[in-house]
Design a protein around this ligand. Structure first.
Ligand SMILES: *Cc1c(COP(=O)(O)O)cnc(C)c1O
Length: 477
């Protein structure tokens, strides 16, 4: 049993809001909650700490065994250990590589961690496969059923659908912009035939979809009284938690914790790399974390020169990182401001008026562990071409942003630098072919028939009432 998150009063430590004005929650409650009522994000009041000896003793564990060690202290008494073990063992069955998160070597001390072996070929499967199962377990126990609604421009929706397809207590409705997601991405969602999966193709763009989701969360009165509405976006705490595991897994495979390690992380909403920061706070010796961004470089500007100004959205070859604001960065700032919720509330107000800069102390504390870099489409394509040329290894455009950033700003050549490969190249044929690859990259063999599978989705007008009526009519059971 790992260290336990016990407060001074002997009870399980709670999750608290970054803005300091919301009630603390236990794990089960935080699982079912998105934003805190004060507008903040939930974080654990205390982190589990692992000694080097303890981490070293995990060196021969399989991925699911390691996941149990790391995740268990965050959940503690909310789920009995045997049940949690069974949930975690189930979580990774649909990953097609036996190691779950294999490492590939590009050069001396240069590695790629393949996080795209899951059912939808992107790293979001790590979080959403676990989240769906945890939710279903807790709902079963509470005799409760919920509706999940989300909007997607591609990756998140398919990972959420795959994560929830076996959940008896969840109906999931995913809105995507009609004819504006790639065929692979659409088919990954629409070929899942389970009754509780509902794909809505909206005659509008992604922002329209997102606006309707937001409106539905703001006024839930359209739903039957016994259905709670749940979000599975990247601010959900359980998603972050699941992502901590692979930082430990990669480090252990490369000589950690006796040897420090560095990571380069293709970054959008700052969820994935924030999990790396937590791994370091929990005792894993990490020397450097590189925030790798595409031309939507708000985080690079923040971390390199304390500039948080809002720029317009650019559409890039790495669309899953096309963002204007990175929500999870607030969680890091909370620590850099010594967990002062009032200070964060004030900062976020400034952010809305576009005049934010953080204190020197906070800025310096971010800079201790983090560096950043921005890679435009041209450099992304050049990196895919270079790595294919030298290694015969095909990167997807998001992972290429990571590899190029690692090469540009790494601090030490004598320790392993691991880039997180967040998607499989077959998901992004356009970028790969721009790099000179002669044809669309092949889908992995278990998906070869994706283009022959039957699809099911409903085309609906860009109209909130029509969407909500469809949801209510199609809730199962
Ligand atoms: C979501 C996503 C990212 C960005 O991850 P964040 O946690 O939002 O920073 C990077 N690459 C791919 C392929 C993604 O799907």
């Amino acid at each position: 049993m790992g260290p336990r998150l016990r407060g001074d009063d002997g009870f399980i430590v709670k999750y608290i809001s970054t803005r300091g004005q919301a009630p603390a929650l236990n794990f089960e409650e935080v699982l079912l909650t998105g934003l805190a009522p004060d507008g903040g994000l939930y974080v654990p009041e205390q982190l589990p700490q692992f000694s080097r000896e303890e981490i070293a003793s995990w060196a021969s564990l399989a991925y699911n065994e390691l996941a149990f060690k790391i995740v268990q202290p965050f959940i503690d008494d909310c789920i009995p250990a045997d049940d949690l073990k069974a949930i975690i063992d189930e979580t990774y069955v649909d990953f097609r590589h036996p190691s779950i998160a294999p490492l590939v070597q590009l050069d001396t001390n240069e590695w790629v961690l393949e996080l795209f072996q899951g059912p939808t070929l992107a790293f979001k499967d790590f979080a959403l496969q676990l989240l769906g199962r945890l939710l279903d377990y807790v709902l079963e126990r509470r005799h409760q059923k919920v509706v999940i609604m989300g909007a997607t421009s591609g990756d998140t929706g398919s990972a959420a659908i795959q994560g929830c397809k076996r959940c008896n207590n969840i109906d999931i409705f995913i809105l995507h912009p009609y004819q504006r997601v790639s065929e692979v991405q659409r088919r990954q969602m629409t070929t899942v035939m389970n009754d509780n999966i509902h794909n809505l193709a909206v005659e509008g763009n992604f922002d329209d979809c997102q606006a309707m989701i937001k409106a539905s969360f703001n006024d839930k009165s359209f739903l039957p009284e016994d259905r709670q509405l749940v979000a599975v976006n990247s601010i959900n705490w359980a998603r972050i938690m699941a992502q901590i595991v692979y930082y430990f897994y990669a480090a252990l495979a490369l000589g950690g914790p006796h040897r420090p390690i560095a990571f380069s992380v293709p970054t959008g909403n700052f969820g994935d790399i924030y999990a790396g920061y937590l791994a370091s706070k929990m005792g894993l010796p990490i020397d450097q974390l590189i925030i790798a961004t595409n031309s939507n470089d708000v985080l690079h500007r923040c971390v390199s020169r304390n500039d948080f100004s809002r720029h317009e959205l650019a559409h890039t070859l790495s669309p899953s990182m096309d963002i204007v604001v990175s929500s999870n960065f607030e969680r890091l700032l909370f620590d850099c401001y010594d967990r002062d919720g009032a200070a964060i509330t004030e900062l976020m107000k400034q952010l809305e008026s576009d005049k934010l800069s953080i204190s020197d102390k906070a800025f310096n504390s971010v800079r201790q562990l983090f560096d950043s870099h921005t890679v435009d489409d041209q450099a992304t394509v050049a990196t895919i071409a270079d790595v294919y040329d030298k290694n015969g290894y095909l990167l997807d455009p998001h992972s290429a942003v990571g590899v190029e950033s690692a090469r540009a700003v790494r601090r030490r050549k004598d320790i392993p630098m691991v880039t997180l490969a967040t998607a499989h190249p077959a998901k992004f044929p356009e970028a790969v072919m721009k790099a000179g690859y002669p044809h669309e990259p092949d889908l992995p063999h278990h998906m070869e028939d994706l283009f022959e599978r039957e699809e099911r989705y409903q085309v609906l007008p860009n109209d909130l009432q029509a969407i909500q009526e469809f949801v209510v009519k199609n809730i199962t059971s």
